[in-house]
Design a protein around this ligand. Sequence first.
Ligand code: ZN
Length: 481
Amino acid sequence: MIRFHNTLGGKVEDFVPIEPGHVKLYTCGPTVYDYPHIGNWRAYVFEDLLKRFLLFRGFKVAHVMNITDVDDKTIRGAQAKGVGLDEYTKPFIEAFGGDRDTLAILPADHYPRATAHIPEMVALVKTLLEKGFAYKKDGSVYFAIDRFPAYGRLSKINLDDLRPGRQSDADEYEKESVHDFALWKAPKPGEPIWETEIGPGRPGWHVECSAMSAKYLGTTFDIHCGGVDNIFPHHENEIAQSEAANGVKFVNYWLHCHHLVVDGEKMSKSKGNFYVLPDILARGYEPLDVRYLLLSTHYRKMLNFTFEALDQARTARQRIGNFLGELKGVSGTSENTAEVEPLVETARAGFVAGLEDDLNIAEALASVFTLIKSVNPLLVRGEVSKDGAAKLAAFFTEIDAVLAIKPSPAVAASGKIGAAGDREKRLEAEVQARIEARQKARAEKDFARADAIRRELLDMGIVLEDTKDGVRWKKAGPLRP
Ligand SMILES: [Zn+2]
């Protein structure tokens, strides 16, 4: 049985999807007012681990992630730059898709953009007005939280000093200033305006997730994820809007990922400890080193990002790479071979049991490294048969469907590339052609295709790095450094 910590109940619960074998998953996506930073990627990598584990366990997963391309922050950014919203958000949306591919995160089935779903949001606000959960004031529409008794259930907020009828237009605010929140905001000079049935204006931030999740997943679905900072007010408000409008439970399981800090401190541009993915890759780390680091701390624990920790992540991946390299070299000539199957079975059981227990990644990874530790002496003594080596390698392929951290079979390591100039040129031309095909797919928002191309390149031993200056590529490092 899979168990997850549900923020709603405040405890670890058995996971039972609404429809057996199917999971409907909504994860709050990027607000595209800046390049995504590693704190954002921590949440997205956690969600990817969750999704990959569900797929590994045989579930079909319908995954939706919104793109917030209209809210206070995007509007402020576009105004400051003197450009339209679309022009302003475009590079950030592209960077998001690129970094996501680089970190081997499986694409969602849908990436609905807020600006493309105004009619759905307006319909929801209209329903809330009709049902008496919302009211109009000065051209804006607000949700009246005192009319929704379950308000505060997710965030366990104290509503004692709640003053009904106090409003704010801000998308984000602290628990201390709980108030009626804006569903629809009256026109302001310089802001984008939509002419709609509920009047001119633009949506508040929270309403988009309620409207778009209902459109793509239905009014009740299984899992909703985000960072802990989304619990209040964003997710609290989503519940209020959705349940008030639809009259049914919105989400069964709420999973929230803790913050990432850098060297023990909150990441901020002013402190100089603010990192986006290309910053880290520019220091020579592989994307999957970063993925490994983000993955290897349990999602409900604070993750302290340091370059020492990143070095350790790299070392851990090298250990796996070395081990796989050793397996390839097994000649199987010894008559005295050990049984590796029971070791693999133990490792598999530990790996699955760990992840079933609220994604206990430490336990899952420990099983993997215990396997390596127990097989290494057998390899040294030549006691692993060819068949045993194949079984071990197959196990690592199997679990990499969940982890996606395995070093690629390095073309460079074989020494074939570079031996002849022609080969090298052909390789370059081929890589370049594939990079262009991937760029084209991304421009057409065909992220599945773009992801497939990145994987093909990875299989060839080519690692792509999406940097601010475009796509760079390099051969994967040798398995045995
Ligand atoms: Zn959201």
